[in-house]
Design a protein around this ligand. Structure first.
Ligand code: FAD
Length: 539
């Protein structure tokens, strides 16, 4: 993973002249391309772990399990949010861990956390490091130092129960490694966030992540059946069971705990048989309202595809301009234009399952699409979307090089509020961008569909205000968050809380709700060393 951006250099696409012209016309570009600084020029504070603690940590983890060289500290100095990337590219991260620790097994975690608690050293669990909300920011809070607990060496598959269809894994296992293991056995987890290439399963559980196929497979909280947590003051082990009435769901309290309660060292996950049939295709609607009504109808009729996404008009237009030759070629604006859908909304439907199941749900979904004025446009847009489904993060790096702010944010709401919320949040982002003197493009899609509502995922682009990038971003983020809560949405559907949303959590949970979560933290982590400043932090 590139320390200043996404993925590996070999996979990074460029923006061609036509795409750059489109951006210049719609949002404007920076005066000249600004590549990231060299690694050696990244400025870090001096590491300050006491030598005696380093010695004890080395005795526990081995010399190779404790790293404090420049490269390791830089690589673990931030996640992958907009602010993280802006700061890293400039060589000025907000801070850095004093050391990076690599445990290998659950048994090492309690002694490690106890050592840190005694020495008042904050601990930041680090899975894939793909948090976009400041979840892995190396904040020390009131403590004397901060270490990152890197889960990269806890990446084993521990067992597969083929009869029950569950797999147990260590928390640091990367999602692609698990999918490869399962695919070789005719199985799949079905969890494909856009950040799939780098996420860890522990990180996904810690953030209540939702994959692109969550409409069919469920988000991660539906997949975690059992888990093991090591906390500074205690341990929790919950065996996998399909369901339980043994009190409130402790599993669900730990899923989403964002490293603030302890380290998720092991997980038992539900898996499924790999689908025999996969059909991905596109449909066009002449407006967002018609497409939303169609999705709601599909949800009511239990006829939903496994992947269901509906782009609004602006996202459709921008995707056609920027998504590379694939989608544009596949769709052909002329074709949909000629049919009267030229300014319309593209939906992607993905069906996975047995041949009979896919045929049955497809037929119903397409019939309902026609009933809502939709036009089926065949499989090539679906195939193009599948091919490019993990590509957007690479494009983000290119946009930043050209001085374009690109950020995403998401929420979920009941059907009754969904369309007003779409309008209000879009307008709030537009107003905030314009007030900062950089009017931009705001676009959205509906995805992650539920019976009672769905998620809205906004993307906005604007020219960066050079030297004021963070203030520019924060003004927009604040405006959008306020609009989300005022309009009945949740502050986050799947990006989690981290630092960026912590300020709004009390509004969502109420003072009593937040106090109850903090009480649980005091029990498991009385010294407050676990991931300070995130999720449960004071406003
Ligand atoms: C380009 C891009 C696209 C994304 N798309 C999606 C998407 O489609 N769906 C989605 O849900 N999210 C998405 N995300 C957000 C991010 O990928 C998810 O939050 C993901 O679940 C984080 O997993 P990770 O292993 O990288 O965790 P990290 O980023 O390493 O950590 C996230 C949080 O979990 C904690 N944590 C990590 N591992 C553990 C552990 N073992 N025990 C306890 N706490 C732990 C960390 O301390 C931190 O607070 C995207 C991010 C990017 C950059």
């Amino acid at each position: 993973m590139r320390w200043w951006g996404w993925g590996e250099a070999a996979h990074a696409p460029g923006l061609d002249a036509r795409e750059l012209r489109f951006l210049e016309r719609t949002v404007g570009l920076g005066a000249r391309p600004r590549p990231p600084v060299a690694l050696a020029r990244v400025r870090l504070p001096a590491a300050r772990l006491p030598a005696s603690l380093l010695e004890r940590l080395r005795a526990l983890l081995g010399a190779e399990g404790v790293r404090d060289d420049h490269g390791e500290r830089v690589l673990h100095a931030a996640g992958k949010g907009y602010g993280d990337l802006v700061r890293m590219r400039a060589g000025e991260p907000q801070g850095a861990p004093d050391a990076v620790l690599y445990p290998r097994e659950h048994a090492q975690l309690r002694p490690l956390l106890e050592l840190c608690a005694r020495a008042s050293v904050a601990v930041v669990p680090f899975g894939g490091g793909t948090s976009v909300v400041g979840g892995v920011a190396p904040l020390r809070g009131e403590h004397s130092a901060v270490v990152v607990l890197e889960m990269g060496r806890m990446g084993a598959v521990l067992g597969l129960d083929r009869q029950s269809l569950t797999v147990s894994v260590q928390g640091g296992l990367r999602a692609p490694a698990l999918e490869r293991h399962l695919a070789a056995r005719g199985l799949t987890l079905g969890h494909f966030p856009q950040s799939f290439e780098y996420v860890s399963l522990g990180g996904c559980a810690a953030t209540r992540s939702a994959g692109q196929a969550s409409t069919g497979y469920g988000a991660i909280e539906k997949m975690v059946l059992g888990l093991r947590l090591a906390a500074p003051a205690s341990e929790i082990e919950l065996a996998p069971v399909p369901a339980s009435a043994a009190g409130p769901s402790l599993r669900q309290l730990l899923v989403g705990s964002e490293g603030t309660l302890g380290v998720i060292s092991e997980l038992s996950l539900r898996v499924r048989r790999a689908p025999a049939e996969r059909v991905y295709e596109g449909a066009f609607f002449d407006g967002f309202a018609a497409g939303v009504a169609w999705l709601r109808e599909l949800a009511c009729e239990h006829a939903l595809p496994d992947v269901a996404r509906l782009s609004d008009e602006r996202e459709t237009r921008t995707s056609l301009a920027l998504a590379g030759g694939g989608l544009k070629g596949a769709l052909g604006r002329a074709y949909v234009g000629a049919r009267g859908y030229g300014g319309g909304c593209l939906a992607i439907l993905g069906f996975e399952g047995t041949r009979e199941d896919v045929a049955c749900r497809r037929a119903r979904a397409l019939a309902l699409a026609r009933a809502h004025g939709g036009l089926a446009v065949g499989r090539s847009p679906g195939r193009a979307w599948l091919r490019g489904r993990f590509a957007a993060p690479y494009l983000r790096d290119e946009l930043l090089t050209h001085g374009v702010m690109v950020e995403t944010l998401e929420t979920a709401a009941q059907w009754a509020s969904l369309q007003p919320l779409h309008r209000q949040v879009s307008a709030a982002i537009e107003r905030a961008l314009a007030a900062g003197g950089t009017p931009g493009v705001v676009m959205c899609h509906v995805s992650h569909i539920y019976e009672t509502g769905a998620s809205l995922y906004f993307t906005f682009l604007a020219r960066q205000r050079a030297g004021e990038e963070i203030a520019q971003w924060r003004a927009v983020k604040d405006a959008a968050s306020e609009a989300i809560l005022a309009g009945g949405g949740t502050i986050t559907h799947h990006h989690a809380v981290g630092v960026d949303h912590a300020r709004w959590l009390e509004r969502e949970l109420g003072a009593g709700g937040l106090a109850a979560l903090r009480a649980l933290k005091s029990e498991l982590d009385p010294a407050g060393i676990m991931n300070p400043g995130k999720l449960l932090a004071a406003a």
